[in-house]
Design a protein around this ligand. Structure first.
Ligand SMILES: [Fe+2]
Length: 427
């Protein structure tokens, strides 16, 4: 199905208006490969149907921009506040999340009309209030919110498609294109550490409130693996009985794999002729050289323990991403077995836009953290318990949504995100 969306012509003199139209169009473009039946798929409680993502991102602009800043504005539909509110208790009671897949109405066509109507009003507001900083800030937040949901739309769709024995493909080119590790080597990049600065500066471009304030942290000397863990690396752990050996697992992780009888990463399936992996391009043989994806925190941590390393803290990761290695690598220290020379082993590879890399850092407020006022303060702050921080962005993240200070966060058992691991060690 090719959805149609009506948009007014691009603003010639408004970068925000142009960016708004581009981001909104990208959401529609992501849905072009879908059949109409796909729009309602919800594979589990944590995922949402594509149609819900399209409507919720629209509701966000309606609720946080049009209602407060468009005099006399009346909601496009009186029930949408309930249906498409995700978790904002300050707004009202959200519709039951695990039942989003039951919402056959509104139809896809109605949701697209909703999008077009809200888009038109937002663009008019941008044109009429081009100098209003608060409106701009909220629209910019809404655009980054929509980029988050564009990634979630694909992440959730992959989970739903995998449940179908027909193993549908979202597209034909491999979704993991560009994810292959450069070589089989596992060299280390060293960092001196010391008193370092972490977090986003207030005047440094867009950042979510949870990335601020910029602050100091002390880091002992450490090293990061030059590249993330690959499928072949993780397969070695699996074939060494990794899922049957409790000594590598955190207690909660061990309980989880017993309770759910887990013996491989999500989307891995042992079939005729070896391991297969479900991707957005359908199921295909596991490629050892590609970066391991859809690992839980427990799996990433167990792998690191098995090989005698650890995962980085988020401060180590961010400092490394900003500063790169200072003095070559430690490829000869014997922890790994490099088999092929890389072009430049003194620099970290595949930090951004490959997999979200789990860190050992609990998702918690930075010193001096201030959530936004009102219901928008629920965006990040209220989730700061029992989750772990991931860094780097994935192969399905929008490029404009990737930066060194970005703090993604998920529960340690979650595996349906494009999540992987990069090893660390103390020096
Ligand atoms: Fe959202």
């Amino acid at each position: 199905m090719k959805p149609q969306e009506r948009l007014v012509p691009l603003f010639s003199g408004s970068p925000l208006g142009s960016e708004f139209q581009q981001v909104r169009r990208n959401s529609i473009a992501l849905c072009e490969p879908l059949e109409i039946e796909d729009y309602g798929l919800q594979g589990m409680a944590n995922t949402s149907p594509p149609k819900w993502h399209l409507a919720h991102t629209t509701w966000f602009f309606e609720t946080f921009v049009l209602l407060p800043y468009r005099p006399g504005y009346r909601p496009w539909h009186p029930a949408f506040e309930h249906l498409f509110n995700s978790y904002y208790n300050g707004i009202g009671t959200p519709f039951c999340r695990p039942r989003r897949g039951l919402l056959s109405r509104p139809t896809v066509a109605e949701v697209l009309r909703y999008r077009a109507a809200i888009d038109e009003q937002i663009l008019e507001l941008i044109a009429a209030n081009s100098a209003d900083g608060e409106i701009h800030a909220r629209i910019e937040l809404g655009l980054h919110h929509e980029r988050q949901h564009q990634e979630l739309l694909l992440t959730d769709l992959k989970y739903s498609f995998n449940l179908n024995p027909l193993k549908p493909a979202y597209h034909s080119p491999p979704a993991t294109a560009g994810m292959s590790s450069a070589d089989n080597a596992y060299p280390w990049c060293a960092f001196e550490g010391g008193l370092v600065e972490i977090g986003a500066a207030h005047d440094g471009g867009f950042a979510f409130d949870n990335e601020m304030p910029r602050h100091q942290q002390y880091l002992a000397p450490y090293a990061l693996a030059q590249r993330p863990v690959s499928n072949g690396d993780f397969l070695a752990f699996l074939e060494d009985g990794g899922y049957r050996r409790a000594e590598f697992w955190l207690a909660d992780g061990w309980d989880l794999i017993q309770r759910e009888n887990l013996s491989a990463p999500l989307y891995w399936r042992r079939g005729d002729g070896g391991w297969h992996q479900f991707t957005l391009a359908g199921e295909r043989p596991l490629v050892a050289e590609e970066i391991a994806c859809h690992l839980s925190y427990y799996e990433a941590d167990a792998y690191a323990r098995w090989i005698g390393a650890r995962l980085p803290t988020e401060a180590e990761w961010e400092h490394a991403a900003r500063n790169q290695a200072v003095e070559g690598n430690f490829a000869d220290q014997g922890l790994f077995h490099p088999r092929q020379a890389g072009a430049d082993r003194s620099r970290l590879a595949q930090l951004f836009g490959v997999v979200w890399e789990w860190t050992t850092s609990s998702y918690s407020p930075y010193p001096g953290y201030q959530p936004a006022a009102g219901a928008l303060g629920e965006y990040n702050g209220k989730f700061m318990s029992n989750q772990m921080v991931l860094r780097g962005g994935s192969c399905v993240s929008d490029a404009a949504h990737i930066r060194a200070t970005y703090r993604n966060f998920f529960y340690p058992a979650d595996r349906w995100q494009f999540s992987g691991a990069r090893l660390a060690r103390s020096l």
